[in-house]
Design a protein around this ligand. Structure first.
Ligand SMILES: *Cc1c(COP(=O)(O)O)cnc(C)c1O
Length: 362
């Protein structure tokens, strides 16, 4: 079986050179005589692996020294609880923008710990765009504003960074991390699960401004307290060692190709090809409002649920896998993360043209 183009929203494709290097090093890493999968996290062999991963990520994202970089477990979903537990005092408030399913889950979770408010949502419009918010929309006394920067399921993204004044901006960047440069200094906290654009599942990245550390609630579980993790270099307990190693290989690959400017150029080109095709025809419908389209997750429908189903299954047979939309919205979704080559997008467009010709709508 040849390798396919895997359009999965996550876990998703990894760059082939990264997989090949991991394969070559699988059984015996460097001079260690063992696999990274077998290594103690406190060993002199692993220490440079995590240090290089952090240093390379700092270089890629231009992360200043006054931000801590944490490699944690639990997925982005665990951060839905960690964010309020670290930032919102007992009896405090937190503001949320609900622009899709994950931001909705984050909002609901925060409500368990205090007065969480949804200050803007695009839910009545089927999450087809991202609401615009600014400092004047925040409630007085709110501890932070939480947003989801790229909405994986609906295929929308922020085309701006909300101005929040002195209120920390917290962003879930699970599905757009490292896809283009972002100004880290505009955010108090950025977090992301690894399995969309960084590594296999199993690691969650948290980038947090250091002045926000040390305010966790007394009842915050030790494992969710960012300060504990920062003080221990992400090694309070056993970190996700192998995933950190794989993420480190991805960071090196990104640096090798020219960093996030080059990555963004390639991603913009891929997204322009696919949206360009969608805009040029009327067989497929792209529901997201122009100006709010995700560069990573491209959603479209035929308008006929049976045809959508047929599309996904015939695409699979052509080596274009996982194009079925999220189970909650249906239709199709092509996730074209960093590791998806342009060739995969071209092949998808050719398939879409053929499918439209062979399956006229009644
Ligand atoms: C996938 C995803 C999540 C959930 O991530 P887990 O690591 O599975 O908890 C949260 N937010 C966004 C934006 C996602 O894309």
């Amino acid at each position: 079986m040849e390798r396919v183009f895997n359009f999965s929203a996550g876990p998703s494709m990894l760059p082939l050179p990264v997989l090949e290097r991991a394969a070559a090093e699988m059984v015996n890493y460097g001079e260690s005589g063992m696999s990274v999968a077998e290594m103690s996290h406190r060993s002199p062999d692993f220490e440079p692996i995590i240090a290089a991963a952090e240093a390379d990520l700092r270089k890629l994202m231009n992360i200043p020294d006054d931000y801590a970089v944490l490699f944690l477990q639990g997925g982005a979903s665990t951060q839905f609880a960690a964010v309020p537990l670290n930032l919102m005092p007992a009896g405090g408030k937190a503001d949320y923008v609900v622009s899709g399913q994950f931001s909705g889950k984050a909002f609901t979770e925060a409500g368990k710990f205090g007065d969480a408010a949804c200050i803007a949502t695009s839910k009545p419009d089927g999450f087809r765009y991202v609401p615009h918010v600014s400092a004047s929309d925040l409630r007085p006394g709110t501890s932070y504003l939480h947003i989801c920067f790229n909405n994986t399921i609906y295929g929308t993204k922020y085309n701006y960074i909300p101005q929040t004044g002195d209120v920390p901006l917290v962003a879930d960047m699970s599905s757009c991390i490292l896809s283009e440069p972002v100004d880290v200094t505009k955010f108090g906290v950025i977090y992301a699960g690894a399995q969309k654009n960084m590594a296999p599942a199993g690691m969650t990245l948290v980038v947090v401004r250091r002045d926000l550390l040390g305010n966790a609630r007394p009842e915050c579980p030790t494992m969710l307290d960012w300060k504990t993790m920062a003080d221990n270099g992400s090694m309070y307990n056993t970190p996700p060692c192998y995933t950190i190693y794989m993420a480190g290989l991805v960071y090196k690959w990104l640096l090798d190709i020219g960093g996030l400017d080059e990555m963004a150029k390639r991603n913009r080109e891929k997204a322009a090809l696919l949206y360009g095709y969608l805009d040029s025809q009327n067989y497929y419908i792209a529901p997201v409002l122009p100006g709010h389209r995700s560069m990573m997750n491209v959603t479209f429908v035929t308008g006929d649920a049976d045809l959508d189903k047929k599309f996904a299954s015939e695409a699979t047979a052509c080596g274009l896998k996982n194009l079925k939309g999220h189970r909650s919205v249906g239709g199709m979704r092509a996730s074209i993360y960093n590791a998806m080559p342009k060739e995969g997008v071209e092949k998808l467009i050719a398939f879409m043209e053929d499918f439209a010709k062979s399956n006229p709508k009644k």
